[in-house]
Design a protein around this ligand. Structure first.
Ligand SMILES: O=C([S-])c1cc(C(=O)S)c[n+]([C@@H]2O[C@H](COP(=O)(O)O)[C@@H](O)[C@H]2O)c1
Ligand code: NI
Length: 445
């Protein structure tokens, strides 16, 4: 199983993400070819170069916007550690911190927007504008959807923070060309890498204050922390903004599990170099790895509540809703509560991504007013599926392997039930027939 793991010890911004994914092996030519399928009516240049922070070398990305309105994309590659990036003058969002509030200009030491240099671009695009740009592009459907999901995340956060509706929101920085390149670029690279699972560490958000289009904002910026709700974060390792709304949206949409538990073997490491010099290496590290398929382990959570005052008829419906929201398992235990009350303990197994939706179902659909949550580690046998031909019809069988050896197999219940109903025979007869055919065909080995 192919894993991508975001190690966000110094946070994440859109350009650091793009740089780290290129560093991991996404071909620049492929990225540029795909990006050229969006019509932005603006000439811009993407500079991809080798760079370093505190001795860690990696890839750095700059999007440079030219004032002329051609739709032409250039890539320029430089091999050196460019210490002079004054291609354009920054005007709109500058970083400041509580210790040092002086005016900052675009250079290697104090960039104004993590990873980007951009020229005078005053468009404040709306979600509608962005949807139009992406939907009318020649990008594949998966990349379009992923890009739109990330913009939607930012739009939802902006709407919430500023008390507006989704379509009233005007992206300031996030609607600029460089942010479109970051967001769509992220979708193109992730689509190219085709990881089975994307994981991340808790996200360092930084500290201090940041000057952006809205004025001076506390770090994490309101949109950033809104997007990172229910995601583990760390604060204040440096008094600067280390995670931006774009970076937060990339994680929130794509990461399935946030954990420090890296239960896989690392095969490749990509470093995306940020612009500002910090006391810690200003880089995003992304690992490409694979999971040990003989002994799969996954961190999951149990959400649990004791219910003693609900019509038991409702459980069937609630269970269906929980599964529809991505619960991995739902089970009930008969319990005896204080004051001699007989009750039901409802337990729902989830991963980090499904937690929010599952909580909502429990709170809205049951009488519960409190839920316990605890982390569990699940160990799973490697499994695969075979289709077995029987005289009644085809049945899928699940095989399970322990250290490479098949230790058990089981016909899929839903297939057996369907056949039993279609043929009007006892379900047990279907099971027996499947087991017989497994032996006949030596599939039981
Ligand atoms: O552009 C938007 S929507 C925006 C909203 C907010 C809020 O917190 S509200 C903050 N910012 C700041 O702009 C820069 C650039 O962000 P990117 O995501 O485009 O890299 C950053 O300092 C944000 O905090 C932008
Ligand atoms: Ni805002």
């Amino acid at each position: 199983m192919k894993i991508l793991y975001y190690d966000c010890f110094c946070g994440i911004s859109g350009d650091m993400n793009l740089a780290a994914l290129i560093d991991l092996g996404v071909p620049k030519e492929y990225l540029m070819e795909e990006l050229s399928k969006i019509n932005l009516n603006t000439e811009y240049e993407i500079k991809i170069e080798r760079s370093a922070k505190l001795g860690i070398t990696g890839t750095r990305v700059d999007v440079i916007l030219n004032d002329k309105s051609y739709h032409k994309i250039h890539v320029s590659e430089q091999a050196s550690h460019g210490d002079n990036h004054k291609h354009a003058h920054e005007h709109s969002h500058e970083h400041s911190n509580h210790n040092n509030d002086e005016e900052q200009h675009q250079d290697e030491n104090n960039d104004s927007k993590e990873g980007h240099v951009h020229n005078h671009e005053h468009h404040h695009r709306s979600l509608k504008d962005i949807e139009k740009i992406i939907n009318s592009s020649g990008l594949n459907d998966g990349v379009k959807k992923l890009s739109l999901d990330m913009f939607m995340k930012v739009a939802e956060a902006e709407a919430k923070v500023h008390g507006k509706t989704l379509y009233e929101v005007h992206f300031h920085e996030v609607g600029a060309i460089d942010s479109i390149v970051d967001m769509v670029g992220a979708a193109i690279c992730l689509d190219f890498l085709k990881a089975d699972k994307i994981m991340a560490s808790p996200v360092q958000v930084g500290g201090g204050f940041v000057k952006c289009a809205h004025g001076l904002m506390p770090v994490p910026a309101p949109a950033t922390i809104e997007i990172l709700k229910n995601i583990p974060v760390k604060f204040g390792i440096v008094p600067f903004e280390t995670t931006t709304p774009t970076g937060a949206a990339i994680l929130a949409v794509n990461v399935g599990v946030f954990t420090e538990n890296m239960n896989f073997s690392v095969e490749k490491i990509g470093y995306g170099i940020g612009h500002r010099d910090l006391e810690i290496p200003n880089v995003l590290r992304i690992y490409l790895g694979s999971e040990d398929r003989n002994n799969e382990r996954e961190e999951q959570y149990i959400l649990e509540t004791n219910i003693d005052d609900m019509n038991p008829e409702l459980y069937g419906h609630i269970e269906e809703k929980l599964f529809a929201q991505g619960a991995l398992d739902v089970f009930r235990t008969a319990i005896s509560m204080k004051k001699g009350r007989t009750a039901t303990k409802l337990s729902v197994l989830v991963n980090g991504k499904q937690e929010k939706n599952v909580l909502e179902v429990i709170f809205k659909e049951t009488t519960s007013i409190g839920i316990r949550k605890y982390k569990v580690e699940k160990m799973m046998l490697k499994r695969d599926f075979v289709e077995i031909k029987t005289k009644y019809g085809n049945v899928t069988v699940k095989n399970a392997y322990y250290q490479g050896e098949k230790v058990k197999y089981k016909p899929e219940y839903e297939d057996c039930k369907r056949i039993a109903n279609e043929k009007n025979i006892p379900i047990d007869r279907v099971y027996k027939e499947v087991y017989k055919m497994m032996e006949v065909n030596d599939f039981d080995k």
